[in-house]
Structures are given as C-alpha cells and as structure tokens.
Design a protein around this ligand. Sequence first.
Ligand SMILES: *Cc1c(COP(=O)(O)O)cnc(C)c1O
Ligand SMILES: [Zn+2]
Length: 409
Amino acid sequence: MKHVIGLTCKECGRSYPIAAAHVCEFCFGPLEVTYDYEEMRSNVSRETIGAGPQTLWRYRDLLPTPEGDVVDLGAGWTRLLPAPRLAAELGLRKLWLKSDASNPTHSFKDRVVTVALSVARSLGFDVAACASTGNLANAVAAHAAATGMRSVILIPSDLEPAKVAATSVYGGTVIAVDGSYDDVNRICAELVGAKRWAFVNVNVRPYYSEGSKTLAFETAEQLGWRAPDALVIPIASGSMLTKVRKGLGELRKLGLIDEPGTAIYGAQAEGCSPVATAFAEGSDDVRPVKPNTIAKSLAIGDPADGYYALRDVRGTGGAVATVPEAEVAEGIRLLARTEGFFTETAGGVTISALEQLVRSGKIDKDAETVALITGIGLKTLDALGETRVTSTTAPRTDDVRAVLEEVGL
Ligand SMILES: *Cc1c(COP(=O)(O)O)cnc(C)c1O
Ligand SMILES: [Zn+2]
C-alpha cells in the first residue's frame, strides 16, 4: 500500500501503523486511514480508473488496498439511474438514484465489507465478525464464505426474517441477542479484547468505513467526473455520510473533479433520529436514543460518527431531515410507483426525506440531486403491512372484467 501512510486520530492527529485498531490510545478518538496524496496523484487518473474493473476495485489506488488478491464478490459500480418521473412528481429539475440494491447481497454494505475483509485477511485474520442491523450480516457472511473465513454474526433478535435467512444461508455462526443493536454492539466491543477476530465495524472499522467513499467516486465518475449539487444520504452510524464527503474531497485533491459545491443532506426515521434532532436543535451533541423504528437498517441509537456527520452536513450547507414513521412506507411506494424501483425501509426514509427537503425549499428545485438508495425492498416486506391485491375474484372472466371496469381498464 504505497499510497497509504497509516492511521491517524481524527481528534488529536497522532499517527499509528496499519493494524487492527480503531481508537486512539491517548484520546480515544476514532482512527482514520490517511494517504500520501502526492504518491496517489502520480498513479491515478481518469484513464487508469476507467480502465479498471466494473467493481469498486477500479478505485483500488484510492483505498487501503492490500497487495495481492482482494475479497471480491463484485461490489460497487452500481448504476446511477435517472429518475425523471419521481423528479417531476417532486418538482425537481434533475434527479438521479444511486442504485445500491444491485450489490451482491443487495445493499450498500457490500462496499464496506469487501474493503474490510480484504485488509483483515492481509492482516492474518481468519474469522470475520460483526454486530449488525441486518444488511451488514448478509454482506459479512457472504464475503467470509467466499474467501474461506469463518464468520460470527451478532444481530438483534427482532430482525426481519428475510435478513436472517439471507445471512444464515452462508453457513456462518449467527447469534440473535434479545436486545437492541446498541446492546449487540456493546457485546461485540467486549469480545474484541478476547478474540483475535476481525470485527468489521469495530477493530477494522477504519478500513470498513473507507469503502463508503466509493459511493462518491462512482457518482462523480458516472456524472462525467463532476459532483452533483445535492446528495441525500440515510444515516445509521453516520459513517457513509462522512466518507462520501471525504471521497468528494479526495477527488478534488487529485484533480479528478472541480471544487465540489455539493450540499450533503442526511435522512433519519423519527423513531431513531439522534442526528436529526441535534441538527434541528443547532447542537453539536448527538444524544443517544433508544431506537423504535421500522427502518431497522438505520436503527443505531448511539451513532459512532453522528458528530462528524453533523459537522459535514453543516459544513456543506445541507440539512438532516426527520421522516415520520408512517411516511417510510410511503417513500418506498412513491419510488416504486414512479420509477419501478423497490427499495427497503432505508430507501423509503431517503425518498421521504428528499420529498420533505424539496417541499420545504431546503433543496432547490434546480439543484441536480442524487439520492443514495442503499438496499432492496425484498428484505423488508413487513414494512408494507398486509399485501393488498386490487381484488380477489371467483374463477370467472366476467368477474375479472368487472374489476377491470371499476379501475377504468
Ligand atoms: C448500514 C446502512 C446504512 C447507513 O450506514 P452508516 O454508514 O452506518 O450510516 C444505510 N442504508 C442501509 C440499507 C444500510 O444497511
Ligand atoms: Zn487521539
């Protein structure tokens, strides 16, 4: 990793070598991967990236990529879809959807896991572990299986059945804890000291979180090497949001895009909205909450990067929207009805937040906007309630005709 300097504390700036470490020994601040941008600049161009694979590994020279093989199921390089019908409904001039439902395990989490486990394997780990609200569980179990690592997945016991099934199928150890995600995370934090495992969102978190930068890289490249005016991003721990901003900044540093004027907007569901609450109060203090939300993939009551996410939103002139619980499913339906795209609850939060931000004028109607749609709807079918058909009829064509007439067909 010639272009990687090491880890640096985000608070006090102390540096550390590349290792499985995530907090500063002096001030307990989070550690972040730092790069030699001069070195990077001499290796990276639009052309070298363009000649890379159709996965996020086309940005291998901008990531903490180990020598040799990476753990790769094909994550990233997902499509940036124009959304003209949704844009028209919202009154926006230009809207794009970054479609992370088409990742290998159907959420954005494949991005962070492919990077985390690639580094973990190069550091000699042979067990991958995580605390998860579901999507991370799927991604860790799949990537571990594909590289022959064992996996240990801890989840809250009230997770959506589809997410549990889509984790256990890979043959790892899945432990359901009768508690919240924050309980599960605490248990993981305690196990880290006792087990020599790679906990993707704990001891190898600095590498994990770098994977999110690729959302910024891809969006800019797919727009023809420029940044959008506005980005709408769902917030769980806040990591993705902060890394999208870091990614745009790096593209600028490398001369790959002009100065990004992108305003970054966050989205949370009301039942777990600590970052949105701090934003609304004008406070820097993200007070932990007990999550009670239908958007389980965003249900982190004590977000590790909440403070930094707030700073990034404010620093770019964005905002954080709170979406009422009842509007999460409405967001899912709105996207499906207008663009034929079935997203999970996190996407419902993002779309409803987008709608709210446009209606309130916080996102200008002329702003070219990108919404990050981070997961697939099939994993959160429960959120839609009873499945309703238009009508159930007797096996007679006349009865079917009568229904058709009622709906004007
Ligand atoms: C994890 C997750 C997020 C948010 O991730 P953070 O980086 O923790 O803020 C968003 N959407 C989906 C579908 C996720 O699974
Ligand atoms: Zn420090």
